[in-house]
Design a binder for this molecule. Structure first.
Ligand SMILES: Cc1ncc(COP(=O)(O)O)c(C=O)c1O
Length: 366
C-alpha cells in the first residue's frame, strides 16, 4: 500500500474521546453550531463549486494582499490542501526538504509518493528556529519542494521575517516551490510574517478554519498561490478525491470569516490567559524544560536530563488513569522525551490537566 497510518492521528483516534483534560490539542476550544448563531435551514445540500464558493474565496483572498479569489483553492481542511499541493509538484524520485518537527503529513505524503525526503530538524538549542545555512546545503539538483510551517506545530516557533525573504529569494533562484503552512498564522499576534504566497508565485500558502477559529469539524481549509498551474493541478487532484467542499462547512466558514475580527480578539485574550497559566506552571515545576512558544497554541517541552522516567509509560498513565491528553514526541518522529503541550482548551481544563501531569509524574518517581 502507498500510504500507512499516521502515528499522530492514531494517538488522537485512540484517546481523544476518552479524555477529560485536553492539553495536547493544537486548536482553540472547539465551537458548537449554536455558538455560531446561524440558521442552516436554507442551505442547499447540492454539489458545490469545485474550488469553493465564490464568496468564500473572496473572503479568503482578502487575507493575501495582491491575490485574487481565483488564486484560492478551498479544500477539505489544510490536510487536503497539503496533499494536493505536494501531489501537484512532485514525481517519484524527486527530492523534498521538510522542516521538522511538523505536522507529519508534510513529510509522509511526499514519502508515500516515492520522493526522497530530507528533514530539516529544528533544534531546542536554536530556540526551534530554522537554520537556513543548513537548509541551503541540503538542496540537490533534484530538490523540487521545500515545506515550512510557522507558527510551527508542535514547537510554537516563528522564523524571522528576513529569513522568510531569504528563503523566498532562494527558491526563486533555484526554481523550487515553497509550501508554507500558515495553519496557525492568526495566532501570531505580533504579525511576524507576511502571508508567504504574497511574496512570489513560487510559494503556496496553506491555511484552515480548524485551528484559530476552533472549527476543525467543518473541514474547510485552502491553498493560496499566484501560480495558476498549481491551482489547476489542485483541481485535477481533488476532483478524484473529494470533488468539492462540504456545503454546510462552506456556509459556516463564510459566517465566521465575516465576523473574524471580533472572534479573533476573543481568541487572543483566551490564548494569552492560557499561555500565562502554562508559563507559570513551567516556572514552578522542576522536571521539564521548554522553549517559550512565540505564537500559536502549542509548545514542545521535554523531560530534563536525569529525570528517570519512561516517557511512554508517563503519557499512557496520564491519558488512561488521569484522563489527560498530551502528545508524545514519537508522534512527530522526535525524541519521546518531548511532548506537545497545547493551551487552546478552557483555563480550568488546562489547570487540572497540568496538576495531573504533576500527579502522574510523582506516581512514577516514587
Ligand atoms: C501544520 C498543520 N497543517 C495542517 C493540519 C491539518 O489541518 P486541517 O484540520 O485543516 O486539515 C494540521 C493539523 O494539526 C497542522 O498542524
Amino acid at each position: 500500500m502507498w500510504f500507512k497510518r499516521m502515528t499522530l492521528e492514531v494517538w488522537f483516534d485512540d484517546y481523544q474521546y476518552e479524555v477529560k483534560y485536553d492539553i495536547g490539542e493544537s486548536a482553540v476550544k472547539f465551537l458548537t453550531v449554536s455558538d455560531l448563531n446561524i440558521d442552516l435551514q436554507p442551505v442547499q445540500l447540492r454539489y458545490g463549486y469545485h474550488l469553493g464558493q465564490p464568496r468564500l474565496r473572496a473572503l479568503i483572498a482578502e487575507e493575501y494582499p495582491g491575490l485574487k479569489p481565483e488564486d484560492i483553492a478551498v479544500t477539505s481542511g489544510a490536510a487536503e490542501a497539503n496533499f494536493a499541493v505536494v501531489a501537484a509538484i512532485v514525481n517519484p524520485g524527486d527530492h523534498v526538504i521538510v522542516e521538522h518537527p511538523n505536522y507529519p503529513s508534510l513529510y509522509d505524503v511526499p514519502r508515500s509518493l516515492g520522493c526522497d525526503v530530507s528533514l530539516l530538524t529544528l533544534r531546542f538549542e536554536d530556540q526551534f528556529r530554522p537554520d537556513l545555512d543548513r537548509l541551503e546545503r541540503m538542496v540537490t539538483p533534484k530538490t523540487k519542494l521545500i515545506s515550512f510551517t510557522h507558527p510551527n506545530n508542535p514547537t510554537g516557533s516563528m522564523m524571522a521575517e528576513e529569513d522568510l525573504h531569504r528563503l523566498v529569494e532562494f527558491v526563486e533562484e533555484k526554481g523550487i516551490y515553497l509550501l508554507f503552512d500558515e495553519t496557525y498564522r492568526e495566532m501570531d499576534f505580533n504579525h511576524t510574517l507576511p502571508p508567504a504566497a504574497t511574496l512570489s508565485d513560487r510559494v503556496i500558502s496553506i491555511s484552515t478554519m480548524s485551528k484559530s477559529y476552533g472549527l476543525p469539524g467543518i473541514r474547510i481549509g485552502w491553498a493560496a498561490t499566484r501560480s495558476k498551474e498549481i491551482i489547476d493541478a489542485i483541481l485535477a487532484i481533488r476532483e478524484q478525491v473529494t470533488i468539492c467542499n462540504n456545503a454546510l462547512g462552506e456556509v459556516l466558514a463564510i459566517h465566521m470569516l465575516e465576523r473574524k475580527d471580533e472572534f479573533l480578539r476573543q481568541a487572543q485574550a483566551h490564548i494569552k490567559r492560557n499561555k500565562r497559566i502554562v508559563s507559570e506552571w513551567m516556572e514552578r515545576q522542576e522536571h521539564f524544560e521548554w522553549v517559550y512558544p512565540e505564537a500559536g497554541v502549542v509548545s514542545f517541552p521535554r523531560f530534563k536530563e536525569g529525570v528517570s522516567v519512561d516517557p511512554e509509560h508517563f503519557y499512557r498513565l496520564l491519558v488512561e488513569k488521569y484522563k489527560t491528553f498530551a502528545v508524545p514526541g514519537r508522534c512527530f518522529e522526535m525524541d519521546n522525551r518531548h511532548f506537545r503541550l497545547g493551551f487552546g482548551a478552557t483555563p480550568q481544563e488546562i489547570e487540572t490537566g497540568l496538576q495531573n501531569v504533576n500527579k502522574a509524574l510523582d506516581e512514577l518517581l516514587q
